[in-house]
Design a protein around this ligand. Structure first.
Ligand code: PA5
Length: 459
């Protein structure tokens, strides 16, 4: 994986916009303290995701479990939300054939279909259950806390559905992924002997895709989890460097922070040029937003900071959001993600009756068209003075995906230090949860008005 970042600097843009070169030298100097703080915090037990490169015991357990269930199930149903769902969606989208669930057994190499339910929209849940045969379904309930209302409600619905069809055999269709010692899910697992994998306590939800949270469903659908972790280790090796210019995750984070805080570029766009990283951009969005959007800094002062992540896909979004990126306010940085190789390419065929205007297309391939469009969009943004950078992956494989996942997790950890906030908590979602509990009548949560205020309503 390579990071091309020249087009963040004014000398490679229009001369007026972008970071001055001198800012890079300052960042290089500041990085020593940033790296030292990350090391101090790692020593104190924070930044647990650094340990995910090395999980021999967990991987063995996952492999045993996946081999044990063999071909008993042809559908894996994942119940989870936020960090317990988005990573697996990205892995499935990136590393299995497109439209996986529509392929026949042979097309899926006899691995099961996989559905991730990460919402409690009754229509989606009811429809998913109608389409699935409970006798052939394995349900993986994923919740680090073991108590998230949406996931637990889904669990109750799905467990009832299993029991209605299978009676007491229902529990043999369940596997949990949760905290080793705490929470309602662990309590149920212990009481009923339901297999339950462990989310390492020091790894937060949105940093957990490379833990059993993502690795178990990945292994079940035939993704090579050893190769994923090998890629993650590659990113971790680079992150040990104290030289910012040799530490790409820290460099990407530092440049984004500098552009945000000195140039007001607080919208950070991730734009892969492949459909297969569409869900990856969604995963990144949660990681960047929930980790860095904070009211208070580490010292308790009110700061209300945080960049706004945006997902886009090229070339599709050239016909949607790119007009804004090109001509709107100078408040964005675009990071392109480009693949050097596609697993297959499609030639654009010639034909005799082609209007002259279209004669330039035949002779190219769809992959070539996509690459030219990416390069042209990046160059056009630069000419318009718009900061952009590119991550190049040689191809999409478990190794490169593992590396890219770890790259952004590391970048988020570094950005936490640069912004001065705790990237591992999410106090802002608590109030909404408390009001929802109150509305649902959960004991200990006195009723509070949550209905819409009357008066200012349009007809
Ligand atoms: O990143 C996070 O911590 C959150 O997005 C959680 O993953 C999400 O709230 C789900 O939590 P849990 O896994 O405890 O059910």
């Amino acid at each position: 994986m390579k990071l091309y970042y020249a087009r963040l600097f004014s000398d490679r843009l229009d001369g007026d916009h972008g970071l001055p070169r001198s800012r890079l030298a300052e960042l290089v100097r500041e990085f020593r303290e940033v790296q030292a703080e990350v090391r101090r915090r790692r020593g104190a037990g924070e930044y647990g995701f650094y340990g995910l490169g090395d999980q021999a015991a967990a991987v063995q357990q996952i492999r045993r479990f996946a081999e044990g269930v063999g071909q008993a199930f042809d559908h894996v149903l994942v119940l989870g939300i936020g960090g317990s769902a988005l990573g697996m969606k990205a892995l499935l989208n990136g590393l299995r054939r497109p439209a996986w669930n529509e392929l026949d057994d042979e097309g899926r190499e006899f691995f099961p279909r996989l559905t991730v339910l990460d919402n409690v929209d009754p229509t989606s849940v009811a429809e998913a259950l109608r389409r699935m045969d409970p006798r052939r379904a394995l349900v993986n309930v994923i919740s680090k806390s073991g108590g998230t209302a949406e996931t637990m409600a889904q669990y109750l619905v799905v467990r009832h559905w299993l029991e209605e069809h299978l009676g007491p055999a229902a529990s043999r269709h369940l596997v949990f992924t949760t905290d080793p010692g705490r929470g309602a899910l662990r309590e149920i697992a212990n009481r009923e002997g339901i297999p339950a994998l462990e989310v390492p306590p020091a790894v937060g939800g949105r940093f957990s895709v490379l833990s059993p949270v993502g690795l178990l469903p990945a292994a079940l659908v035939g993704i090579d989890v050893d190769r994923l972790l090998a890629g993650a280790r590659e990113a971790l090796v680079h992150a040990e460097s104290d030289d910012l210019l040799r530490n790409p995750a820290a460099l990407w984070a530092g440049l984004h922070w500098a552009a945000d805080t000195t140039l007001g570029a607080r919208i950070h766009v991730l734009m892969p040029y492949t459909d297969r990283l569409r869900e990856f951009a969604e995963w990144f969005r949660q990681l960047w937003a929930e980790s860095l959007g904070k009211a208070r800094n580490r010292r308790g002062q009110e700061v209300n900071v945080g960049p706004t992540p945006v997902g886009a896909v090229g070339p599709t979004d050239q016909h949607s959001q790119v007009q804004l990126f090109m001509e709107g306010p100078y408040d964005k940085i675009v990071t392109f993600v480009a693949l050097d190789r596609f697993p297959e390419d499609v030639p654009i065929p010639a034909r005799e009756d082609l209007p002259a205007d279209l004669a330039y297309l035949p002779g190219h391939t769809l992959g070539g068209l996509l690459r030219s469009e990416y390069q042209a969009t990046a160059a056009a943004l630069a000419r318009m003075g718009r900061m952009n950078c590119s991550l190049h992956l040689p191809e999409l494989s478990p190794e490169t995906m593992g590396e890219a996942i770890m790259f952004f997790q590391l970048a988020t950890g570094y950005a936490g230090v640069w912004y001065g906030v705790d990237p591992f908590d999410q106090p802002g979602v608590e109030l909404g949860k408390q009001l929802a509990y109150a509305a649902l009548g959960r004991p200990g949560y006195p009723p509070e008005p949550t209905g819409l205020p009357q008066g200012d309503v349009s007809p």
